[in-house]
Every structure is written in structure tokens, then in C-alpha cells.
Write a protein that binds this ligand. Structure first.
Ligand SMILES: O=P(O)(O)O[C@H]1[C@H](OP(=O)(O)O)[C@@H](OP(=O)(O)O)[C@H](O)[C@@H](O)[C@H]1OP(=O)(O)O
Length: 433
């Protein structure tokens, strides 16, 4: 196995899941059992809901075009005599075509097959043959092919691991739930189509840090500095990430970006995610209200069922996008910084909590597990298979009622119509931290 590029831990939402849990590099099916143990000996798992990002995918058409432009520029103008540049010139073909546009790749199918097997190992009482055959495992997905195909792969993983043949699942495509951002008019108008909403990203593109990255890449290639625009610098970084995540290659393109450059480019991506999908604008988080309410409705129902001794819904797997997970995580208050991420505070934000390389790689997953315990029903949360305490709640598996109390304002509000239907009167507001 070739070594990972030294910058692999900075790829943000284009990162490999194994970078977040490096023990998987040696054994992709390994599970840390202590992370999935019940809160105490008297607790029994009753329900699991997972919200999962699709697996590794091809670049989007926009980024394939940029990669093509970078490749052309290098072939035409690069003068330096590095061996890796000869490798690019002589041995690298532009193999990405626009029709690949964000589609799931084979590694992405494996991401979900393996995740399914690991979750079944971690929660054997819930993700079991019996529950599968009894129709107590359900799936919900975004309509995008990369998500639908991830669900298929997840099911294959379950079938292989549990020794089950074809099953007809309760399975629905639900974009109102998994692509809520497409249905939130205030988000579309106020953030997606609003050029000023991502102003910090634009400002950072012309910052001294980004100019230095461009200059260093140009110097490595020996091309005039103005040939390497911010988009082309980012294309080099993404190309290294895609060659690695799709083909497991430490590609010659990775020589264009060193660790210091990667930290700047990682920050640029975090700025995008922060201002588009997280704390930058209130509406980005609030657009996930339908998913938030759906999650708690289901958990409420299970708690009710536990009281009457019949839990019919053991497992729900919901598959969506980074754009699905990040707003929900932010609505729940995870990874909130004291200060906004801005174009000016790259240095100050070096230790930031909001780091998408750790939070939202391909196949990132939020897992909520309900336990029936002697003192009541408890809820545990895991991000990317690691337990994570709810913000401001120190107990790693608090009573479900405590979690409900904590989110009471959202449970009583978080009204999609109010947050998302035009006109809002105030336009999009930066969130107040
Ligand atoms: O930078 P690209 O074109 O890859 O952006 C994608 C999104 O990828 P991300 O920014 O999260 O790395 C993609 O999210 P995904 O979870 O489905 O991979 C999103 O669906 C897609 O619309 C692209 O967004 P953009 O509007 O073109 O920036």
C-alpha cells in the first residue's frame, strides 16, 4: 500500500474517512468496542438512527473543468526539472470527464459496505439478522445517485456481514428531509444565490496567505506567478485529494502543495462550509429543522414504544450530503467557535473546533443510540463512530429527557415555514455567536 500524501489530513469534505479513524488503515473492519458499550450494565440498546454522508465520489463537473485547466497550464508552461513533473507530463492523462459529475466511485461503495459491517459489529443487538428479516431496519435517502447507490452498498455490506439474502426494505427517497437546503427559499436566496453571503471566502481568496500558496505553487512549476489563480491552486489540492481518495494514489500532483499550503487551503474550505452550511448564517442551520424534528419525533416514538414494551423501529439509516450533516450538527450546537471564522483570522483559528477534515469526510456519520436503562431511557451520540457529548451536557449518555430539555427551544420552535419561506423582512443575518 503506497503511503498517504503528507497533506491527506487537510482535505476537509474531500477527505478519506480513514484519516479520521486511522486504525482503519490496517483493518477496515476494526471496531473499538469500548465506544459502543452501553452506558452501564443495566442498559439495553433499543434504537439506532444514523445520518450518513454518501461515500467517496468523483469531483463535481465544476472541479473537473478546473482540474482540466490546471493540467493544460502545466503541460504548456511548466519549466521546472522535477522528476514528479516529468511524471505528470509523460504519465498522467486527464482521465476525469464531466459526466462523472459527483458520482459515487467503487471506493465510495466500499466506504458504505464497511461502515455497515462495523456498525453491525458495534451494535449487534440492533443491526441484527433478526431485525433485518423482521422489517425493523429502514432507509431514507436523498435522491442524488451518489446517495441512492451508497444505500445499496450499505445494504450489501449488511447482507454480507449478517449472511442474509435480498430483502425488501422500507426505503424512501425524501429530499424534503435529506436535501432540505433545496427547499428553503430563504437559504437559496439569502445564501446560495447571494454573492455577499460567502464574502469571507472571497476575501480569503485574495488574502496574503492564499497569494503565498499561489506563488509557491507557481515557483514549484516555474511559471509566472499570475498563471496560478486561487481556483487553480485549489484545483491542485483537490486533484491530490481525488487521486488519493478514489485510487489510493500518492499522485505526483501532491508535490505542488506542501503542508503549510494545505493548512491554508483547508481553511479556505472550512470557510466555505462555515458560511454556507453552518454557523455563518442562521438560516443555514435552521434549514435543517425538518430533519431535526423528524429525528426527535422518531426518538420520542421509540421512548413511547419502550414504555409499552414493543419497539418496532430498531434502526433507521438516513443517507445525505455534507450539506445535510453540517447544518444539523450546527443546529445541535456542535463545534461552535467563540468567534466566527473569517478571512482575517486564519492564524487565530489554528486550533478551531470547526474542522471539516475531522467532521465531514466521505461517509461521515452521526449516530444516535437510545438505551433502555433502569433509571430511564438514555441517549448516546457518536460522530464518525466516536462518542461525543452533546454541547454543554457533560454526561456522555444523558437521560433522553435531559437532551429534550436541552433542545426544548428548538423542539418548540425551529419552524421550517417561518425560517425558510420568503419574505423574512430582514434578509439573511449573520448569526450572532
Ligand atoms: O466543491 P464541490 O463542487 O465539490 O462542492 C460540492 C459539494 O461538496 P463539498 O463542498 O461538500 O465538498 C457537494 O456536497 P456532497 O456532500 O454531496 O459531496 C454538493 O452536493 C455539491 O452541490 C457541490 O457544491 P457546490 O455548490 O458546487 O460548491
Amino acid at each position: 500500500r503506497p503511503p498517504a500524501p503528507p497533506i491527506a489530513s487537510y482535505f476537509g469534505t474531500k477527505g478519506r474517512y480513514e484519516e479520521v479513524n486511522p486504525y482503519l488503515i490496517d483493518d477496515i473492519l476494526s471496531v473499538n468496542k469500548s465506544w459502543s458499550e452501553p452506558p452501564s450494565a443495566d442498559c439495553r440498546p433499543a434504537h439506532l438512527t444514523a445520518v450518513v454522508r454518501h461515500g467517496t465520489r468523483f469531483p463535481t463537473a465544476k472541479n473537473i473543468r478546473r482540474i482540466g485547466r490546471l493540467h493544460d497550464a502545466v503541460l504548456r508552461h511548466a519549466r521546472s526539472a522535477h522528476a514528479w513533473l516529468d511524471e505528470i507530463r509523460a504519465g498522467w492523462d486527464m482521465w476525469y470527464t464531466e459526466d462523472m459529475d459527483g458520482r459515487l466511485v467503487e471506493k465510495g461503495r466500499d466506504d458504505h459496505r464497511h461502515l455497515a459491517a462495523r456498525l453491525a459489529t458495534a451494535f449487534p443487538a440492533l443491526i441484527s439478522r433478526e431485525n433485518l428479516l423482521g422489517g425493523r431496519v429502514a432507509f431514507v435517502t436523498s435522491s442524488k445517485h451518489r446517495c441512492v447507490e451508497s444505500v445499496e452498498a450499505f445494504q450489501q455490506g449488511l447482507h454480507g456481514f449478517l449472511g442474509v439474502k435480498e430483502i425488501s426494505y422500507r426505503q424512501t427517497v425524501n429530499d424534503k428531509l435529506m436535501r432540505f437546503f433545496d427547499h428553503c427559499k430563504n437559504f437559496i436566496e439569502g445564501v446560495e444565490k447571494n454573492k455577499t453571503a460567502l464574502r469571507e471566502v472571497e476575501l480569503f481568496k485574495s488574502s496574503a496567505e492564499m497569494r503565498n500558496v499561489q506563488k509557491r505553487i507557481a515557483d514549484r512549476l516555474q511559471v509566472p506567478h499570475d498563471y496560478i489563480t486561487p481556483d487553480l491552486a485549489e484545483a491542485a489540492f483537490f486533484l491530490c485529494s481525488y487521486e488519493f481518495s478514489i485510487k489510493s494514489l500518492n499522485s505526483p500532483w501532491c508535490n505542488l502543495v506542501d503542508e503549510a499550503d494545505a493548512q491554508v487551503l483547508e481553511y479556505k474550505n472550512d470557510l466555505k462550509q462555515y458560511w454556507k452550511r453552518a454557523y455563518g448564517h442562521d438560516v443555514s442551520r435552521k434549514s435543517s429543522c425538518p430533519l431535526f424534528h423528524d429525528l426527535f419525533r422518531r426518538l420520542d416514538q421509540v421512548v413511547y414504544d419502550i414504555r409499552f414494551g414493543v419497539v418496532t423501529d430498531a434502526v433507521t439509516i438516513k443517507v445525505g450530503h455534507a450539506e445535510t450533516l453540517l447544518p444539523l450538527l450546527s443546529l445541535l450546537g456542535f463545534f461552535r467557535n467563540d468567534k466566527h471564522l473569517t478571512a482575517m483570522n486564519f492564524r487565530e483559528q489554528r486550533q478551531r473546533a470547526f474542522r471539516t477534515s475531522q467532521i465531514a469526510p466521505y461517509a461521515a456519520n452521526l449516530v444516535f443510540v437510545l438505551y433502555e436503562c433502569d433509571d430511564g431511557v438514555r441517549l448516546r451520540f457518536l460522530l464518525n463512530e466516536r462518542p461525543l457529548a452533546f454541547p454543554d451536557l457533560s454526561d456522555p449518555a444523558p437521560l433522553y429527557q435531559t437532551v429534550r430539555d436541552h433542545y426544548m427551544r428548538l423542539l418548540n420552535g425551529c419552524d421550517f415555514q417561518k425560517e425558510c419561506e420568503l419574505p423574512r423582512g430582514r434578509g439573511t443575518t449573520r448569526s450572532e455567536l
